[in-house]
Design a protein around this ligand. Structure first.
Ligand code: SF4
Length: 210
């Protein structure tokens, strides 16, 4: 908590870890595999719930750990900033392992495109250090996914579905999410995909951190 207070006290410093809902959220990177049309950062909005998430540079592992402080003070530690945490996979796993050893519960919020980025199945690396995955589905078909999420890699929607199947073999607690109100997107159809893949589903409200 002390680390978070220190971060908030200095308005000019980017936020590396922030507290919401009794959880601690980690802002590991601003880089993304997607360019979501609804993303606050593409609408020049870098503040989320009063926390400035624009990073001047990629934070070091030790800086993140210092910003978190005692991880057991939170219900969950969640990798979730205005960027895709798996783009810094080495640092993500390093931080998660250290926090796990201290007894923290760890969740990764991801776009589910890590296997496409690294061109191999990286989900076995999550075992033992990530407790839960929250994966952004955001559309019930490829056309709408491409429209709203504007992926930088080809075949992203199918890559995402394949990632969910692979991750399920490693992490028992997986939730797919979709933002309510995106034009054309059917929340029940997204829920059906989650049910077909045997994972949980949660609708999200835009700009609400979860
Ligand atoms: S994945 Fe998240 S941070 Fe990245 S562009 Fe989409 S909404 Fe923004």
């Amino acid at each position: 908590m002390q680390g978070l207070q220190k971060t908030l006290a200095s308005a000019s410093m980017p936020t590396l870890a922030y507290e919401l809902h009794g959880n601690c959220y980690i802002n590991l990177t601003n880089h993304c595999t997607l360019r979501c049309a609804f993303c606050p950062k593409f609408n020049k909005q870098w503040d989320v719930k009063g926390y400035g998430l624009r990073l001047k540079s990629e934070p070091e592992v030790q800086e993140i750990l210092a910003a978190i402080g005692d991880p057991t003070a939170y219900k969950e530690i969640v990798f979730c900033g205005l960027g895709e945490p798996t783009l810094r996979l080495t640092e993500l796993l390093n931080i998660a392992s250290q926090l796990k050893q201290q007894g923290a519960s760890i969740r990764l919020n991801t776009d589910g495109l890590a296997n496409a980025v690294y061109k191999k199945d990286v989900t076995p690396l999550f075992k033992g250090c990530i407790d839960a995955l929250s994966i952004s589905l955001n559309a019930h078909n490829e056309e709408l996914y491409n429209l709203h999420c504007r992926p930088l890699i080809k075949n992203a929607f199918n890559e995402l579905l394949a990632f969910i199947t692979a991750a399920k073999k490693q992490i028992p607690d997986i939730t797919l999410t979709a933002i309510e109100g995106l034009p054309g997107v059917s929340i029940p159809a997204c829920e059906k995909i989650a049910s077909r893949l045997g994972v949980k589903f949660r609708p999200r409200i835009l700009d609400e951190v979860g």
